[in-house]
Design a protein around this ligand. Structure first.
Ligand code: ZN
Length: 203
């Protein structure tokens, strides 16, 4: 599975001059929702992820995704693993909570799934919500890893920004480590040929 190729084919890997939510600039941007536009393509990605999880011997009973971004990836991964799919939502107090009648059994083996893991902050909130209800978070998973956290099988080590616990495995199809610049240091700004735009605001 060449995840970068899959993202490129889906126009989910944008190239240009982007203004990120952090205020920094980058020449690449992942628009992960685009790679999930076609369910059959999405299933190919989560099938590959499911193989990695099974080969590692991880037993899973339920996939839980943080809404909204992770829901489609989580649902497809649950299909690939043939397990239950649930999601948690923002609780309005900075955390996540289980709603809509979803339940967790004591000791239930849960994998937390995102479309993309950057620092893993939403995934960690989802894991806390599941653990507070007695669930057992056995792994984290995402289609793409932005390279701040260490995924199984990668040479890239976790950076200080990573919020995922180091003692729980994290499975992802690939690392997308883009250069990020402050506006003052941005070579594209320095060249004066373009201005940084918010991803999604054009095209
Ligand atoms: Zn710039």
């Amino acid at each position: 599975m060449n995840v970068e190729q899959a993202y490129k084919e889906a126009n989910a890997l944008l190239e240009g001059h982007f203004l990120l939510a952090s205020g920094n600039h980058s020449n690449r941007y992942l628009q992960s929702a685009k790679v999930l536009e076609y369910p059959k393509k999405a299933a190919e990605l989560t099938d590959a992820l499911a193989v990695m999880i099974r080969e590692a011997g991880i037993e899973v009973e339920t996939v839980c995704a943080p809404a909204l971004g992770g829901v489609l990836a989580g649902y497809e991964l649950a299909r690939s693993l043939d397990v239950r799919s649930i999601f948690v939502e923002k609780d309005g107090k900075g955390g996540m909570e289980l709603r809509r009648g979803f339940e967790i059994a004591q000791g239930e083996k849960v994998i937390i799934c995102e479309d993309i893991i950057t620092t893993g902050s939403s995934a960690l909130k989802a894991a806390k919500a599941i653990e507070e209800l007695g669930g057992n978070v056995v792994a984290f998973a995402s289609l793409a890893n932005r390279g701040f956290c260490h995924r199984e099988g990668s040479d890239i080590k976790a950076k200080p920004e990573c919020q995922l616990p180091s003692d729980v495995p994290f499975f992802s199809l690939g690392d997308f480590t883009f250069e990020i610049y402050t506006p003052e240091e941005c070579p594209m700004c320095k060249s004066g040929e373009s201005e940084a735009v918010k991803p999604g605001s054009k095209g």
